[in-house]
Design a protein around this ligand. Sequence first.
Ligand code: GDP
Ligand code: MG
Length: 352
Amino acid sequence: MKSGKVALIGRPNVGKSTLLNALLGEKMAIISDKPQTTRTTILGIKQRPEGEIIFIDNPGIHRPLHKLNKRMMNLVISSLETADLLCWLIDATQPFGQGDNFVLGLLEKVNRPVFLLINKVDIIRKDKILPIIDRYKDLLPFKEIIPISALRKINLDILEKKIMEYLPEAEAGELAEEKIYLPLRFQVAEIIREKLLAQVEDELPFVTAVYVEKIEDRTSGQRLEELDYTSLIKQKEAASSALEKGSSKTKGIKKKQEPAASEVKKKARRLKGLIYINASIFVERDNQVGIVVGHRGQRLKQIGLEARKELEAILGARIFLDLAVKVKEHWRDKPEVLDLIESQKEVLTRKD
Ligand code: GDP
Ligand code: MG
């Protein structure tokens, strides 16, 4: 079996998150048509018969303008160095620009095999692909150059097969799949942040952050924030498909219910209940609070409403979302606040 890490890199909006989601088939990363929504590294595992691919979706690459960005740059560089293979995504519809040049500069510093992925080929003419290849092919000693469409899932199987060729062999029992989990806290924070950014990113670019303080199952009193998101979703899917089976079994039976079906329904009902989520939105200055809260609180209400809907669908429970806006002056310069935000992800945590 093979097992290795792949870093997807490229300037904002080239389609890194879309590709990750297409490959993983599950909503793990935020997709946005605004740059830089993926502030943290998100990790997902693609399993294939030949082994597993551990994908790293980097923060959008951009020039360091601020301390946070420098920190992000260090994150990007260190993730590049831990990867077994780098996939440089470019946007086939865009000319080579500053952002691409910056990525190139980074890639030149890292001694790792690199693939060039020419994305969005679904919306360009076929005869435009060759000139793009010509433009890029001598910039780095690319191992492969593959035109793809993350959105339309073109050439993704070929991509996965080629990636496999560059990953190291792993011993049985060494596979990451069983050892890695995505904490629920992180997924919840990402969902809230997605809704928040949709509302305020134009006015407050890069100054907001979301920190999830508490996730509690109000029925059992159990704290859920460190729960494994992936297995939670699997559990939920299993329960709802069992429920479907149960209800199809009862079709045609008017009043009496089969005991098996009612048992299944009871199990599914257990997923309902009420989950209390307490999250904070950090801003940097007093006057930014009003921007997030909006006129008569409408904006914060809208953010909460949208996040709640999505969380209810994902978690299969009613959600009480307690959202507060807090001023953390210059949080982007404060290591303790940055650590707090980053601590939510802890994506490479070992299960014991
Ligand atoms: P990121 O910033 O690199 O993570 O980019 P995103 O994944 O957020 O994608 C940015 C935008 O490009 C979104 O509107 C996507 O729907 C779009 N996009 C991504 N991949 C493709 C593709 O293969 N074809 C087309 N037509 N659009 C794409
Ligand atoms: Mg992204």
